[in-house]
Design a protein around this ligand. Structure first.
Ligand code: FAE
Length: 536
């Protein structure tokens, strides 16, 4: 058993016992299940990809580390025996303090069939609405890993070199990407099973249309256990991906961070996770250490109190929107006045745009659709309109004759954040027109596919009659860009022992789904920071 597996095993036991006891603190040391400590040598804000990598490596190095997560621990089953609700029957667990779900596919035949009124609760998926752009985010222990589609894609090296030219690509592709893929548990669907299974009939229908146009498709690696999926379809195990579970969490099959990096971090014995704790402010003390103002809530949003936690080493892993908001607020309220002008800049949507095509009546996709995509149409080499379009499911549980796609395009537009004192929050500046390059790229690809297959777009999926939906993103990136707001290893400019670890480091685009890149970059950065700042 490797050290990672052994630690993972210990950490999983700690997560399960915290859930069984209804604790908001998770640790392998039972004594730690006490009020929030006043001091921790290292604090990591958030429990998403960057945060989880950082906590594991700090814990391995023997550094007592506290993780503060605003969402809840997702291990305790509800009254229906399930931890998460499905997309077809969403309830309060679905969304972060909303009165009604806000699903990405707004309608079907112009009817709002996907959304339901729900109670306000610390649910797993958030949609932060900023005018012309809405950002979907995961909330809970594991961050985005709880809600995402599990697509684990390493970017093309040439594009990685283009977006982060100062990062040594040789080192990334030789060491950190392989490390990230191994520890995330990335695997690929068995190609033979794929050809005959029911779960991916929808993907094969889209592949046929792509091939007829002259485009080829590529398998998308995943952190969903593809063997589990095979057994789901065979009826051998409880269904999850095949039971319309994805954006509101998966009850089985997915290797979310709480089952990989976070479990291993807990298993070091040096990492504690505190849940339902939102960091509101960062103060810099005269001795160079940091004080965090932390709001404690319960699952129904009642504020239980505000506490202060002091730390020497502070790592921001609250995601592109969360970490950027914390630093924009700190700069504009004068708490961290030496933060530079790059804080809040360089934000992008990873060029996300969604669209649907109407299939011919004989091209049925089937009522059983895996919620975890397996194929993408790779048109990234197109010199004018590069796009990588994932073939997405419509897990409605019935035949819809829709082929759905989430395209990742090369959109050079960037947004920025400012601080709004009235609401004490960061506001994203992004206009609808900035999304146009993404639409142009997707349109270039899907117009060709429609022409070759004599098919048309679906006009009924996004609430009105639009064919391309680019008013939301699943892939917020940037805000605290590597080498601008930070040095080349995520150290925040202007302040010692303050670091960024998450998707806010990436300048708006990765060309593929981003979590493998976020993970690998965090591995690279923490290795250097540990060697030079903490051990040096
Ligand atoms: P992230 O995972 O967002 O974690 C941040 C954590 O910090 C969250 O748990 C927050 O609750 C917490 N937090 C925020 N503010 C605070 C605060 N002030 N105090 C305490 N805690 C805080 O950060 N990516 C892929 O690569 N493949 C996919 O298939 C894919 N599908 C997606 C599908 C959906 C529906 C969504 C929403 C996203 C998807 N993504 C996918 C994106 C991916 O999940 C995202 O890029 C990463 O989760 C971002 O990782 P970070 O470490 O930046």
């Amino acid at each position: 058993m490797s050290a990672f597996s052994r630690r993972r095993f210990l950490g999983l036991a700690a997560l399960n016992s915290a859930a069984a006891l209804g604790l908001t603190t998770v640790s392998t040391r039972p004594a730690a299940a006490s009020p929030l400590p006043e001091y921790a040598p290292a604090v990591v804000i958030g429990t998403g990809y960057g945060a989880a990598v950082t906590a594991l490596r700090l814990g391995e190095a023997g550094i007592p580390t506290l993780m503060l997560e605003m969402g809840k621990l997702w291990t305790t089953p509800g009254a229906d025996g399930k931890v998460f609700c499905s997309m077809l029957a969403p309830d309060e667990r679905a969304m972060w303090f909303k009165d009604r779900t806000e699903a990405p596919l707004a309608s079907f035949l112009w009817l709002d069939l996907a959304n339901r009124d729900i109670g306000r609760y610390a649910g797993v998926l958030d949609r932060v609405n900023f005018g012309d752009m809405a950002v979907y985010l995961g909330r809970g222990v594991g961050g985005g890993s709880l809600v995402n589609g599990a697509m684990a894609v390493t970017p093309k090296r040439s594009y990685f070199e283009e977006i982060l030219p100062r990062v040594d690509a040789g080192e990334m592709y030789g060491k950190y990407f392989p490390r990230a893929n191994a520890e995330l548990g990335v695997n690929v669907v068995d190609p033979d099973w794929f050809e005959t299974c029911r779960s991916y009939q929808y993907a094969r229908v889209s592949r046929k249309a792509a091939r007829k146009t002259g485009f080829d498709t590529t398998f998308v690696p995943t952190v969903y256990d593809t063997d589990y999926l095979r057994r789901e379809e065979a009826g051998e195990v409880p269904r999850s991906a095949d039971a319309s579970e994805v954006i509101y969490g998966n009850n089985h099959g997915k290797r979310s961070l709480d089952r990989s990096y976070l479990a291993a971090a807990l298993g070091t014995g040096n990492v504690t996770i505190e849940t339902l704790r939102e960091v509101r402010e960062i103060l810099h003390r005269p001795d160079g250490t940091y004080t965090l103002v932390v709001r404690e809530i319960d699952e129904h949003g009642t504020v239980l109190g505000t506490r202060h936690v002091n730390t020497k080493y502070l790592f921001l892993g609250a995601g592109s929107v969360g970490s950027t908001e914390l630093l924009v607020r700190a700069r504009e309220t004068g708490r961290l006045p030496k933060l530079n002008d790059a804080v809040g800049q360089g934000w992008g949507t990873n060029g996300n745009v969604m669209c649907g095509r109407a299939n011919h009546v004989w091209d049925t996709t089937g009522s059983l659709q895996s919620g975890m995509p397996a194929l993408g149409i790779d048109n990234w080499a197109d010199p004018v309109h590069p796009a990588f379009a994932e073939i997405a499911p419509v897990p409605a549980g019935l035949e819809t004759w829709v082929s759905l796609y989430l395209a990742i395009t090369k959109n050079p537009e960037r947004g920025h954040f400012t601080y709004d004192a009235a609401s004490d929050s960061a506001k994203l500046h992004w206009t609808a027109s900035q999304g146009q390059p993404s639409i142009d790229a997707a349109k270039a690809l899907f117009d060709k596919i429609n022409r070759a297959n004599k098919t048309i777009y679906r006009y009924d999926l996004f609430g009105d009659t639009r064919t391309f939906e680019n008013r939301f993103t699943y892939h917020p990136l940037g805000g605290l860009v590597l080498g601008d707001a930070t040095d080349d290893y995520g150290r925040v400019q202007g302040y010692r022992n303050l670091y960024v670890t998450d998707g806010s480091l990436i300048p708006g685009s990765t060309g593929v789904n981003p979590f493998v890149t976020i993970t690998a970059l965090a591995e690279r950065n923490i290795e250097r920071v540990l060697a030079e700042d903490l051990r040096g």
